[in-house]
Design a protein around this ligand. Sequence first.
Ligand code: 26W
Length: 801
Amino acid sequence: MGKVLNDLSVTPNLLKAEVLRHLTFTLGKDTPNASLYDWRMALSFAIRDRIVEPWFASTRRTWAEDRKRVYYLSMEFLIGRLLEDACVNLGLREMAEEVMAEFGQDFRAIIEDEPDAALGNGGLGRLAACFMESMATLGCPAYGYGIRYEHGLFRQRFEGGQQVETPEDWLLMRHPWEFERPESQYTIGFKGEMATRDGREVWVPGETVLATAHDTPVVGWQGKWANTLRLWGAKPTTLFDLERFNRGDFAAAAEPEALARTLSRVLYPDDTTYQGKELRLKQEFFLTSAALQDILRRFKAAHSDVRKLPNHVAIQMNDTHPAIAGPELIRLLMDDHGVPFEEAAPIARECLGYTNHTLLPEALERWATFTFGNVLPRHMQIVERIDAWHKDENYHRPHYIGIVKHHEVRMGELAFIMAHKVNGVSALHSELVKKNLFPELNKLHPGRIINQTNGVTPRRWLKMCNRPLSSLITETIGPGWEDDLDRLTALEPHISEKGFRALFDSAKRTNKIALSHWIKDHCGLTVSPDALFDVQVKRIHEYKRQLLNILETIAHWHQIKAAPKGNWVPRVKIFGGKSAPGYFVAKEIIHLINDVARVVNADPETRHLLTVVYPANYNVSMAEHLIPAADLSEQISTAGKEASGTGNMKFMMNGAPTIGTLDGANVEILEQVGAENFFLFGLTAEEVMRRREDPEHSRKAIEASQPLQDVLQMIAEGRFSPDQPDRYHGLVHRVWHHDYFLVASDFDAYHAAQAQVDIAFADRDRWLRMAAMNTARSGFFSSDRTIRSYMKDIWSVTSAL
Ligand code: 26W
């Protein structure tokens, strides 16, 4: 590693003066009148000032050394709160707390006052945020490109146990981390037609909007490097229709503005179900075109020959959402730089990489050629040209393979063909991408599909969110594990020491006590920190099988009631997650969980042994509260369906063993931690496929399982919905007859694995060994490892540090 670029010689007095200066001169507030918000702003600006220096230094270095840059294109960046993260990475966390205390301000309260920037749905968006942090930590020159949505992911409330969505408005208050760049502005065209000018075909767009840049610096561990997250906001090219205004039609005069702004108004809240909406296609092109114009502008500032682009530019497409990057880059090279198609296409491919995040058929983007051709007429031509070019170069290509098929443009095939590397996000997933998603393309292009197992940033997901455990780690193995997470294996020899285990225990207990208070405040429920905290937090989806979890919870409750004097391990079942607004089945599962919670939590016979908790509005900040306090990590998807999972890695780092199937990165977690420290159950991906061939699989599974029959009977009788006994008839019917995700077939195995969890948890010593082993073996799941591997295998870039 090279020298530290940032001068971290800030003293408490200096920081204090800076906070006061910002309070006074930036916020215009006197201390007696300053609100929590004012103090948060003042501290944020003071901290941001410390980032600007390494940020400039990094940018200057990249220019001076003419370094290749990575451009990460993503429709989602689920960044969460930034203040504490920035403090931690600058090494100013303790000092900031001290300084604010001197002003009589509570640091925690300030942290929690920041809105949680939810510019993403779930895993894919959070991965992008972790990658940004790791690229900064590793000194990989990089830009993240995304959309500055005015409204991030909706807020979730429960009304009568049902999900109700309300709009999110994180930008209502001033966002202190960004710098607007009115000078970095590009015109984005849509629709219109092709025309001939000087013998050349040109695109004359029918609509245009402006994309303006908003930059947020992303600082890495210890402030050695900082990159830029550049989010585009949409603005009208003409602010105002003056003619209409003068005619007195004031509302209509503002129409062009309203129209343009819808482009960056709201994040699509669907993860995994693609809808085919024109506005979504426009958003995708808006992001991609702005990014590519910006990339080419930067390239041309230092170079003249666009044929050299791949030596200087690596563009990563986060799923197919920015897959229009292939045709758009070709268009810019051809139409703006006069490069012929045959040269432009390979140049574009050399620059582009494509990450696949899902195998679910309903998630694969395809646009009706009608929509695509209407919104992007020039790109429609180029897509057809790419398809023909690919067919020519691969004359063995089977007739049923291609980008345009059955009047649809298939974005997966487009992204694959236009990328020099295609990667899956876990070992199992990457194999399935080869075998099931792109078997023919894989045969035509052997070696193009590679694996890059996901990771998470240990700065946010261990250092920052779990201070008790982080301190213990540092006391035990010394500092430096934060950016060298494999060093956690040095904890292993200590696990056999009773003293260390007691300290590990007390760190977890501290977190559980804190979470108990949080649950009391947010849900009004009293839970004991002695109970087993069993947590499933993620988007609600059938394949993730929250239904399996709640059915087993009912079975467990039923068992306790049959023997209330039994030697039961007290459990707190914690659920968290949002459903897509239009996803009926997922919403029904949410309703059921809340109904079960109401009944079970009111049962005096079991109250001390079982509590079901479902706090509304799960988001990044809530994850930071829940994960450090978890005893058990629920990763129970139908095998073959969860591409990777990243929550699973966060739980592992924080010392929570997994109960899970052989799916996604669970496979690799199991490999790292060993079978004795993992509660494995359920059908494998192959067994799942075979099991589905039996049309009677669910009926047979239910008939073979008395506990499951009892559970379904209770639900069907309205035990949890006495006000509407038939509420779950549809749900129960589906488990019996349309159980695509094999809830019934895995039920008994899951129930048995949960019994094993109870046995292990009751043996305090054994449990602590398992928990600590999970932390000690989690080094592999640092996103630093992932990013190093992308740098080497896909991007061909080196660290500037
Ligand atoms: C167009 C609708 C849409 C929106 C989002 C389709 C698909 C998506 C994403 C690909 C869904 C997603 O977030 N996938 C998750 O990506 C994570 C990061 O790689 C993985 O850990 C999760 O397993 C995967 O579900």
